[in-house]
Design a protein around this ligand. Sequence first.
Ligand code: SAM
Length: 247
Amino acid sequence: THFGEQTVALDDKQGMVNQVFHGVADRYDLMNDLMSGGIHRIWKDAMVADLAPPKAGSRPYRVLDMAGGTGDIAERIINASVGYAEVVVSDINSDMLRVGAERAKSWRYPAQASFVQANAEELPFEDNSFDGYTIAFGIRNVPRIQKALNEAHRVLKRGGRILVLEFSQVDVPGLDAVYKAFSDNVIPPMGKLVTGDAQPYQYLVESIRKFPNPALFQSMLTEAGFKRAKATPFTGNIATLFSGWKL
Ligand code: SAM
């Protein structure tokens, strides 16, 4: 059936994504800096500033950083809360988590993070168990995005918040042509230079082009049950920060 074929294609996609990140795990952070000229750090800081994790409270403040990879969102959240927040870094890829857990040993508050291998589409966490759910540059890689958003809603507590940071399509005249040329002619060769393989970076460029536009993604958040869904463009729409509440 058509539906059956689609399921196979989605499973293929996950297999491909897993290969990509197994391959680049050890050089992943370096690549982010090189390819974004360090700008990803500014976007991530802005995401965590928007989350505004509390620095104290009468009960624990727990965040699930999904597709958390090497843990840099988690480290920012924990530091912003001066060691109060507890962050579960979760990723489907054991290599990314291995690199993250190793790096976490030198964080300011290493005890505040834990690392759990899981698929965003089927979370091994209880209903209503987190105050925040973050996912940075991860949702694009998940084959069934709506399923992952539904799961995010399920595990959040009432009053909890989702923040999604993801690449967008640049729509600023002039910048769009520069960005396209950069994506086609700089990203894959740079990937080959640093990791020895251009193909994962070709995939990266294509996955950005296929990702739903901000209006569509916002409606998917609403479909999952999130209220007050909103999208904030960063840097000429190269990235977008989405936010929603479980109320
Ligand atoms: N959040 C980190 C950051 O912003 O640098 C890492 C982002 S990295 C581009 C994407 C991550 O998504 C990878 O670590 C990959 O293993 C993970 N991923 C892909 N599919 C996933 C899935 N179905 N469930 C959970 N994580 C997934």
